[in-house]
Design a protein around this ligand. Structure first.
Ligand code: PXL
Length: 285
């Protein structure tokens, strides 16, 4: 493995609630990969339940930071976009992606969850998120975001095998070779599903749910999946690594009965990402 791998993570920095950069940084660091944060906004907390959030939009930061990196001839192995604070940031992300042609392009189209858009996601952002999806190599929407990108009903309580495959293929037809959809409900079970267009393969990684709805889990999933792919894992292995890490972290957290708004107890679980356990809990779809 390249010991000096660098990911530019275009995402927000939220003070409390363990999401976005505050989880992406430690997760990828534990996997031996440097995160170079490009904050899109600074927030006092995530927007999921802490009341009146203080938000400082950093839209005017991203382009000058990119210009600095270009002047330095600084290279990145991966550009990874996530939570955006304004529609203009779509253009800035596109500039970032287009400036590093050889980098792996990961787009986590953070917009919504559980059938509903986040407070900060307006119609314009929703419409333009497709522009990032089009140029991505890998996208990691949750099922609500996947449906929104396809113009389907955001609430998808029980998907058939045919619907899951159709979502994956149609999203891939927008551009990305690899599509992973998280938090899919099908036949009373929860799973993450993936599609590798190059090899025409569909994958499903089931996981067991505990009650308790923790923020930031999608961000952790995307970060671990990205780190795993950068380290050379196959798609099913990377999906399996991300899902099994989250299952461990969520079950650890649930046992301590902490306030779910504070997110998962990531700090005590990071050592699991440092090792390289053998994982083989996936199925073809
Ligand atoms: O985890 C997604 C996310 C990222 N960033 C902010 C959020 C959320 C979800 O609520 O509020 C600021």
């Amino acid at each position: 493995m390249n010991r000096n791998m660098k990911v530019a993570a275009i995402h927000d920095l939220s003070g409390i609630g363990r999401c976005s950069l505050t989880v992406i940084l430690p997760a990828l660091s534990a996997m031996g990969i440097q995160v170079c944060p490009v904050p899109t906004a600074i927030l006092s907390s995530h927007t999921g339940g802490f009341g009146d959030v203080v938000l400082r939009d950093l839209t005017d930061y991203i382009s000058p930071a990119l210009e600095h990196y270009k002047r330095l001839d600084f290279d990145f192995d991966c550009i990874y976009s996530g939570f955006l604070a304004s529609t203009e940031q779509i253009d800035h992300c596109l500039d970032f992606f287009n400036s590093y042609k050889g980098a792996l392009k990961v787009v986590d189209p953070v917009m919504a969850d559980h059938g509903k858009p986040y407070k900060t996601c307006n119609d314009q952002l929703r419409r333009r998120m497709g522009e990032l999806v089009r140029i991505a190599d890998i996208i990691t929407p949750n099922v609500t975001e996947a449906a929104m990108l396809l113009g389907e009903d955001p609430y998808q309580p029980d998907m058939t095998l045919q619907q899951m495959k159709s979502f994956l293929v149609r999203l891939s037809e927008l551009g990305p070779e690899t599509v992973v959809i998280t938090s899919v409900f099908s036949g009373g079970k929860t799973c993450n599903i993936g599609y590798d267009r190059v090899h025409s393969k569909f994958w499903r990684v089931p996981y067991s749910m505990v009650s308790g709805n923790y923020p930031g889990t999608g961000d952790i999933f995307a970060a671990v999946l990205t780190g795993s792919i950068l380290r050379g894992d196959s798609l099913p292995l990377a999906m399996n690594r991300a899902a099994s890490f989250l299952e461990l972290a969520i079950k650890t957290t649930y046992g301590y009965s902490t306030d779910p708004r504070e997110g998962i107890l990531l700090e005590g679980c990071l050592s699991y990402l440092m090792g390289n356990p053998t994982l083989c809990d996936y199925e073809t779809l």
